[in-house]
Design a protein around this ligand. Structure first.
Ligand SMILES: [Zn+2]
Length: 477
């Protein structure tokens, strides 16, 4: 089962033991339920990888038989088909029988095979932990985020675009097979200005001496405060050095941060341009949080390639986004996110202003055929994180199930590809086609007819495969 030698197993164990003790304990704690869930030898292989016992991933072939494919692009299911996964790639798709001696055979029995889901606006380190936990105890927040990453994968989300938070170590642990979780496209710290969205400092942190020491918010890697183009360059380059595959900044006010009124435009155009120049020097792009017309237009003028939210922009700006081929990353923010904010609080008042813009912006995106990505933006709430699939299903307020699923797979993957040479997972994601990376879900039922199936992944996603490895298989053997 394990292809590596005893020596490298020992090496893997050695590295493991040399790790932080509490983190190691957490890894075993997290991996235990996964072991109980996994059944076949192949899944045990995956589990061995998770525990660091196998250093190589020479997985066996897997043959899905008699499945109907939603390919992440079109609106129809395929004829009953067979899909061969070899290593981490979809090797062959055919309506005729596929010869695959020795492959693990999965009887699809007419179930639906779809690409792994992609959340284009996620915060892996902030979905479950509070800002205070991230700033106050990064190791605790990391363990929470590790557990949440496993849950994220078990909801069928095989990839997330992480637009703010110190997710580099989490990504490394997932990529090395230490814990199960999604592929992560990280931006690293949100870059903000003094009092901008993402500035969670307190008045006691002021006044800040230029060049003075950083606050816990910044040393945790959650957000970096910049107030000049030079500081933008410094902090953007620091994120890229750590593995950022895009740069995220906050061009205007936001709901969850206390000192950023919604109407303000936070960055100057020179500061925005500095970020764009640095990102483009690295072959990647800037995504900007912006609600208002002014913040959105300034970001576009500076060369930002993706606007996050845009819920308060006017119709002319939506038209401009479409004309320029800019991406609009939208989120059907659930009511629970709004009502979870304390009544009478500044944050709640801002939410009341933003929420009516959500439906209006989706309508504009449809009207002007804007390149639209889908995400959730869950922050600081495990209860909301559990609704990730339900938030996707809620897109049927504006889209057919097929349109919504294309958005959360093939279309979101096109946005991921904007990271260019910084793409940490070269290969095609979000589609079921020969040569694409094997991130696949086997669904009980047809989500193109019943989108609610994705809201209950525990029952309806029978198999979850990421990178050719099966992480969940509840089909009877
Ligand atoms: Zn966000």
């Amino acid at each position: 089962m394990c292809q590596n030698s005893f020596g490298s197993q020992e090496l893997a164990r050695g590295k493991f033991i040399a790790g932080v003790v509490s983190f190691t304990a957490a890894v075993f704690f997290l991996a235990r339920p996964v072991f109980t869930m996994l059944r076949s030898g192949r899944e045990m292989f995956a589990a061995a990888l998770l525990l660091g016992l196998c250093a190589t991933a020479n997985a066996d072939d897997v043959l899905f038989e008699n499945v109907r494919i939603f390919d992440g692009k079109g609106a129809a299911l395929s004829e009953p088909s067979n899909v061969l996964v070899r290593g981490n790639v979809i090797a062959e798709i055919s309506t005729s029988p596929i010869e695959a001696e020795g492959a693990e055979r999965i009887a699809g029995d007419g179930r639906t095979l779809i690409p792994g889901l992609i959340d284009a606006h996620w915060h892996a380190m902030l979905a479950a932990a509070s800002p205070a936990e991230v700033m106050g105890d990064v190791s605790f927040a990391s363990i929470l985020a590790g557990e949440e990453a496993t849950d994220t994968l078990m909801r069928g989300f095989t990839t997330v675009r992480d637009v703010g938070g110190p997710a580099f170590g989490l990504k490394r642990a997932i990529d090395q097979g230490i814990i199960p979780g999604p592929r992560i496209y990280p931006s690293g710290a949100m870059i903000t200005v003094t009092s901008g969205h993402g500035d969670f400092r307190q008045f006691t942190d002021l006044p800040r001496r230029v060049g003075g020491p950083l606050t816990p918010m910044e040393t945790s890697g959650g957000a970096m405060v910049v107030d000049s183009p030079d500081e933008v360059r410094l902090r953007a380059r620091e994120q890229l050095m750590q593995g950022a595959v895009l740069i995220k900044l906050t061009a205007g006010g936001g709901v969850s941060s206390p000192f950023s009124p919604l109407d303000v435009t936070t960055f100057t155009e020179a500061e925005l341009r500095a970020a764009v120049e640095i990102a483009e020097n690295w072959g990647t792009y800037v995504a900007a949080h912006a609600f208002t017309t002014d913040a959105t237009r300034k970001a576009i003028a500076a060369g930002v390639k993706c606007i996050e939210h845009g819920f308060l922009m006017d119709e002319a700006t939506a038209r401009l986004i479409a004309e320029k081929g800019i991406w609009l990353s939208l989120q059907p923010l659930p009511e629970l996110m709004r009502t979870g904010l304390r009544e009478g609080s500044v944050e709640r008042a801002k939410a009341e202003e933003v929420w009516p813009g959500i439906g209006r912006t989706y309508e504009l995106a449809k009207k002007y055929k804007i390149k639209t990505a889908w995400g959730t933006d869950v922050l600081f709430s495990r209860a909301l994180a559990r609704q990730q699939g339900a938030i996707l299903a809620s897109l049927t307020r504006w889209y057919t199930p097929a349109e919504a699923l294309v958005m959360a797979t093939g279309t979101n993957a096109e946005l991921l590809a904007l990271s260019g040479q910084r793409n940490p997972y070269p290969g095609k994601l979000g589609v079921v086609e020969e040569g694409a990376l094997a991130d696949l879900l086997l669904v009980e039922g047809n989500p193109l007819e019943n989108m609610d199936l994705v809201a209950d992944p525990g029952n309806n996603f029978k198999i979850i495969m990421k990178d050719g490895l099966i992480y969940k298989n509840t089909l009877a053997k």
